[in-house]
Write a protein that binds this ligand. Structure first.
Ligand code: AMP
Ligand code: MG
Length: 339
């Protein structure tokens, strides 16, 4: 059901993005689009112009390549092998994602933690066999989520505490969308957009010279939006507990874990969206802001405002947006601007 809703909302977003931007009659402006399923989500990759067809094909191939390296659940992946053996010589891609993940962990004071795999497994998010663990088992698993036990020197990664395991699920799609932007640029695509399960990244302007319109999902109502952001050359990435969860005894448990408790983060937010040039950073920070909640996110932004902007949707159904995007984000909801 969640997946169906997601497909529907992505379709709506894509329709919204394309409305008014296809100029019929000009071959150079026609979109080349590929839809496919990877990294556990539906993806749409779109490039305009004469190199668009080759670019979207290369982008799709690149997604499969990165998925095969980074998926901690796949026995053939580099991350699986690192988690199993405690040491591995990584490809440049895996090393680069792990490096960004460790950097974002430090930047966010551990709110983004790439070592959450033992706790994710306990809750059943790695297998789909969901279960509410005992307090005791969560306490034990938390001892294995210390990022300080992961070292990375050049491409050589080592896990220095047995049982500690890496999970790059909170950053991999953002890294991937940034890599697709590189493919677009290499292919001289001046106008392109990717939507990796609601994680959007754009290169250039729309073919008609205007900004892209990126709709931010409203989880309260299928197919509707919190608002629309006008943007270009940016990643727009949202995290929210509504994206993946299960119900047990009337409670809902979602997939974004507060590293300080080992339980799904409940800090007053329904979703957190980050807008940044770098997709990996936007992805990691959207997860981190969701964990931090409103006040911590605001303070964090004040100390790092040159690197990103944000849109938070609170449990009180209010929008909080940072100053840098206040003029480009249009919403019907009540919006507080942070400066
Ligand atoms: P996202 O949808 O980008 O917010 O990422 C959620 C995914 O990141 C989860 O499915 C886990 O794989 C992983 N994850 C969960 N909690 C955290 C956390 N606190 N820090 C980093 N990654 C996390
Ligand atoms: Mg994320």
């Amino acid at each position: 059901m969640i997946r169906l809703c997601k497909i529907f909302s992505i379709l709506i977003i894509v329709l919204c993005l394309f409305s008014g931007c296809v100029q019929v009659g000009s071959a150079d402006d026609s979109p080349h689009i590929r839809n496919f399923f990877a990294m556990d989500t539906y993806m749409t990759v779109t490039a305009y112009g004469e190199n668009g067809k080759a670019a979207v094909q290369a982008a799709e191939d690149r997604v499969y390549e990165l998925d095969a390296l980074l998926n901690a659940e796949s026995r053939d992946s580099e991350i699986y092998s690192l988690n199993e053996n405690g040491t591995a010589t990584l490809s440049d891609d895996t090393a680069s994602v792990l490096k960004s993940a460790l950097y974002c962990c430090e930047l966010t004071d551990g709110a983004f933690n790439p070592a959450m795999h033992p706790v994710m497994r306990l809750w059943g998010f790695t297998s789909g066999k969901y279960n509410v663990p005992s307090n005791e088992s969560i306490k034990e698993a938390l001892k294995l989520t210390k990022p300080s036990k992961i070292s990375l020197k050049e491409n050589k990664a080592t896990i220095n505490l047995k049982g500690t395991e890496i999970d790059l699920g909170g950053i991999a799609k953002g890294y991937t969308s940034s890599e697709i932007m590189q493919i677009f640029k290499y292919n001289k695509v001046k106008s392109g957009i990717v939507n990796l399960g609601g994680n959007v990244q754009t290169v250039g302007l729309k073919p008609d010279g205007s900004d892209w319109s990126v709709a931010i999902d409203n989880p309260d109502s299928d197919g509707s939006y919190l608002g629309v952001l006008k943007t270009h050359d940016k990643a727009v990435i949202t995290s929210g507990g509504y994206e993946r969860n299960f119900k047990k005894n009337g409670m809902t448990y979602h997939h974004i874990i507060d590293p300080t408790t080992g339980y799904p983060a409940e800090n007053g937010l329904v979703s957190a969206t980050v807008v940044a040039e770098d997709g990996a950073l936007a992805d990691a920070l959207s997860t981190a802001l969701f964990v931090m909640g409103e006040k911590k996110s605001e303070n964090f932004w004040r100390n790092n405002k040159e690197n990103f902007d944000f849109i938070l949707y609170t449990e009180q159904r209010k929008i909080i947006a940072s100053d840098g995007i206040k003029d480009s984000f249009k919403t019907e909801l009540e919006m507080k601007v942070i400066s």
